[in-house]
Every structure is written in C-alpha cells, then in structure tokens.
Design a protein around this ligand. Sequence first.
Ligand SMILES: NC(=O)c1ccc[n+]([C@@H]2O[C@H](COP(=O)([O-])OP(=O)(O)OC[C@H]3O[C@@H](n4cnc5c(N)ncnc54)[C@H](O)[C@@H]3O)[C@@H](O)[C@H]2O)c1
Length: 349
Amino acid sequence: MSEFQRIALSAFPPAERPALTAQNVDWRESQPFAGAKLLIATPVFFNTLVTHAVLQSAGAELTIGVSADLPRDSQALEVIAKAGIDIVEPTSIARRGYDVVVDCAAQFRNTSARYGYVELTRSGASHYASARQPVVLVDASPIKRIETSLGTGDGFIRGLAHYGHTDLTGKVIAVFGGGKVGQGIAISCHRRGAEVLIIDDPNAVTLPPNVALVDRDDSTEVSHQIERAWCIVTATGEPAALDPWAQTLTVSNPLLANMGVADEFGARVPAERVLNRKAPLNFVLDEPTRLRYLDPVLALVNASALHVLRGEAKPGMHPPPAEIEAQILSLLSDTKLGQELASTPDLTT
Ligand SMILES: NC(=O)c1ccc[n+]([C@@H]2O[C@H](COP(=O)([O-])OP(=O)(O)OC[C@H]3O[C@@H](n4cnc5c(N)ncnc54)[C@H](O)[C@@H]3O)[C@@H](O)[C@H]2O)c1
C-alpha cells in the first residue's frame, strides 16, 4: 500500500465507506485497472481521496483534474500533489489523452478519452448529450439521490449547527425548490421536529410526507410564509431565484441559507445577510457531505469507469447499468445508511 493510500484509507473507518471498501478488497487482488490512464475530475475533498486510493490500488495510473468552477479543498489537493499524482486543469491538457475521463460538469469534455467518459452531474449532461463515444451519466441514477437528498439534507443540518442552530423543534423552515436537494433538506428538517414547507411549482414536485407545498406563483401566500418563517433555504438551481422577494428578505428576520451552487438570493440581498455569505451552507464544513452518503455514488463512479474501460458501455449518453447499482445497494443493507434508506423507501426506487 502506498503512503497516499494509507493516508486516504486510514482517515475514514470502513463502516463509513462499505461500498468502496468492498471494491478495494476485490480490486487490489484482481487489478482491473492495471496500467489504465484515468483522469478523475470529481470535486476533491479529504473524504473523496478514498476513491482515488481505491482506483490507485486497483492498478490505475491517476491524473486529477481540477477547475476553477468546481469546489475543492486545497489541503486535500496538497496531499495529492505530495503523493506525486499529476494535477491538471482543463486548459493544460488539451493534447493529452486518457483511457477514461471521469468528469464533473463537463469541465474536461474536450479532453480525449480512448474508451469514453463518466459524467457526475446533470449540469454536464447537455454537453455530452450528442456524444458518439460512451458516456455514463451517473446523475441519472437512483444512487445519486443518496448523496443529493440524504447527504445534502444532513449537510444542511450540520451547517445550521455550525452557526449554533441545533434545535429545530417547532421552527418554520421554508425551502425554495423541491427537487432532489430541497426534498432532502425538507426530510432532514422534518425529522428534527421542524414545520417544513416547500415553495415550488406544484406540477414539478413529489412532496415528502408531512411537508406542505406553496405554489411559487402565489405571491400573497409566498410573502406570508416568508414573514412567518424562522429560516428560508434556497435549492432551486437558479441564480437570483429569490430576487422578486429581495426587499422583504432584506428587512425581515428569518435566517437565510443558500444550498445551491449559484447565488440564489441575487445581488439585491447583501452577502452578510445570508449564512456563509451566500456560498452553499454545508461548504462551511470540513466535510460538506459525509463520506457515508458519498460512498455508494463514488463506488458507482468507479464501477462505471471500469464498465467503460472494458468496452462494455454502449455509445452515447446513458445511465449506469441497473445491475451495477443493485450490486452496490446490496452492500448497504446492514449499514447505518441502509437503515436510513429503509426508512426513506422512495429514494432509490
Ligand atoms: N450544497 C450541496 O452540497 C449541493 C449538492 C448537490 C447539488 N447542489 C445544488 O443544489 C441546487 C439544486 O439541485 P437539485 O438537484 O435539487 O435540482 P433539481 O433540478 O432537482 O430541483 C430544483 C427545483 O427547484 C425548482 N425551482 C426552480 N426555480 C424556482 C423558483 N424560482 N422558485 C421555486 N422553485 C424553483 C424546480 O421546479 C425544481 O423542482 C443546484 O444548484 C445544485 O447544483 C448542492
């Protein structure tokens, strides 16, 4: 085991990463990536170093891709650099080729990949939609919801706690945007005793149990809920989505938190009015999303990369094969996460 693998694997107990542990045990013997050149451009944090360690121990020759548009932890990046692993940006590698590119938000779509690509996010999908090579879109998988819903909901709760807000009992929390992230926040807050409502287009949302819905176009009702809320959270994916409410938000009392990548409150709401100065609330934490919730999707990314490397993936963009997902989900049944999934049955079906 290299020093890099020792550092990455010893930082998180196997119980926090059951799917990656199973891959590691299997692949360090079978070496399925032996000699394969992989470019991995998924966000770099201390907990994601585990996935790099698993791929390296499976024989892969790794290069890590970073981009100004992707979040990263500079100290985690230092560990990678110290291990002698190449770190590149989208502009620095136009001429280099890899066997498989594991991309995020299509930052490395112009980098050539001999066998194909794995893309982590929906925002990258439009760039790969007309690809002729194989592209496995991990965002289109039920397993990704474990990260975006449960993991982000947990990160939101820990983000609030970072600012001293630990008791949510009876507090009114209004979530703008009831997609994957908004639903996860709503579920987590409801489990901690909050009164939760989602503000969205009623036709766009599958409402979690015990969560109320407010039509985003009903401005009288939205204003009323803004005035009575203890906390307002944004998870719409739209920059300045709350601009129509800027005046009310600036003079009213509720806590404001953004969980989207963009500034969803808009320029008219001052940064100091919003927790973490408008950056996603959970990004104030050393571990924005706990490894427990990332483990299945990181294992799915690795398995999808192997699927592409072996030439098994069909041309064009498509979700990961259902049997790979089922195999990873089967590893979770006796874990803490497995218990949480069992009490949130619609999440991965
Ligand atoms: N903080 C994190 O760790 C983290 C993790 C994953 C994703 N994200 C980000 O969270 C955001 C949401 O992601 P998602 O996957 O839930 O998106 P999604 O597309 O699944 O859901 C977005 C929802 O917002 C609604 N919406 C759009 N505009 C709205 C408006 N003006 N008012 C009310 N509702 C509106 C849509 O109808 C949709 O239901 C994105 O910016 C994403 O990049 C953050």
